[in-house]
Design a protein around this ligand. Sequence first.
Ligand code: SF4
Ligand code: SF4
Ligand code: SF4
Length: 246
Amino acid sequence: MINKKLQIAIFDLTDCEGCELQLLNLKDKLLKLAEIADIPIWRLAKTPTEFGPFDVALIEGTPMSRDDIKLAKKVRENSKIVVAVGACAHLGGIPAAVDEKKRDKFLKEVYGDKYKSKAVAAKPLSAYIHVNHFIHGCPIDLDEAERVIVDILMDKNPVSPSHPVCLECKERENPCLLLKSEPCQGPITEGGCKAVCPSNGLRCWGCQGPVKYANFGAMEKNLERLGFKDQTENIMNIFSKERDTK
Ligand code: SF4
Ligand code: SF4
Ligand code: SF4
């Protein structure tokens, strides 16, 4: 009997490629993966061979062009399991954090009045195709990437943390940024990143996506109480994109 290796392909849409670089940081674990699986397509690492079928497709990036959307659909048709990798694929990422009403204004400021953008509105990958699993973060956390990939290979359903970033932040005894009137979104954001931002004095902007049972109403009230009434919509934008697709 021929023992066929698993086919795991890696794709990127519109993104900064930071999550793919994180995958490269798996180093020896990536080499171990290569012992049991072929990686027929990975633009950063090799020239692609034929397209599909794939056992697992990892997709990084926000679908922001018609070509991106076409590729995402083609990958879905040819893959048993699709994994959205990073906040761009999971939430729409940084492009989705921009207020759509102001996108034209920003494009003109950066590229000039004559520039005609071909980009579509930034949405999560799940707005276009069914996504089986997610690896969260911007960039992804290596421990989570390893756990999710191993679970998939073992035919298990990866389980996301059900606690917010605040729990991991408190474990590290960080002073709370909300008490300094910083609009930290730790209370509504899924943990798993080891609270890396507040541990380094930066507010959490929610790159892991909303935690299960997130209390958006309470967060919005808190932001207003702290004096961010005018900016609340912008601050929460990344979450509203995710909520739209549920
Ligand atoms: S999630 Fe962040 S690190 Fe990953 S591709 Fe998008 S912008 Fe880059
Ligand atoms: S700093 Fe942010 S993550 Fe940490 S406890 Fe306060 S709100 Fe939560
Ligand atoms: S603290 Fe917030 S923004 Fe920073 S990595 Fe964690 S979830 Fe992302």
